[in-house]
Design a protein. Structure first.
Length: 142
């Protein structure tokens, strides 16, 4: 069922209609409400708007509003939503993250190949490469 037309149409409609809802978008939403009715109060709750909590991807599929946040993505991939960024690792072959990455991706301490990935990981990698990291000019141009 997922490999048929339902999945293709879902992904096509998902990313075409998606928008990022961040602090700037929340501020614009408040300003639009004030332009419509100047007597509105200054807080989001008093205007009848949802409080801004975190950056989200917002879209509507078949009239159903969908909100995707960092916490939801972290839950789906089975990781904590907080983390740290390590910059300046000398060699990726000696990185302390290699063992963790290989255990997560391949269920093994040694590095595997794409063919060793389970179907769920292949699907997430495909969605990531084609939608979250779109290409500019060709397949080698991020």
């Amino acid at each position: 069922m997922l490999n048929g037309p339902t999945y293709v149409n879902l992904i096509r409609n998902l990313w075409v209609r998606a928008s990022v809802y961040d602090k700037h978008a929340a501020k614009l939403e408040m300003e639009e409400k004030v332009l419509i009715d100047t007597s509105l109060a200054s807080t989001r709750e008093e205007m009848g708007l949802e409080p801004f909590i975190d950056i989200e991807i917002r879209l509507s599929i078949m009239g159903v509003p969908v909100f995707i946040s960092q916490d939801i993505i972290a839950y789906v991939i089975g990781r904590a939503s907080e983390g740290s960024f390590k910059n300046g690792l000398d060699s990726n072959k000696k990185s302390p993250w290699n063992e963790i990455l290989n255990q997560t991706m391949y269920n093994s301490k040694k590095k595997g190949a794409y063919s060793d990935l389970p179907m769920e990981k292949k699907m997430l990698l495909k969605i990531q490469n084609e939608n979250l990291l779109p290409k500019g000019g060709g397949s080698d141009q991020p």
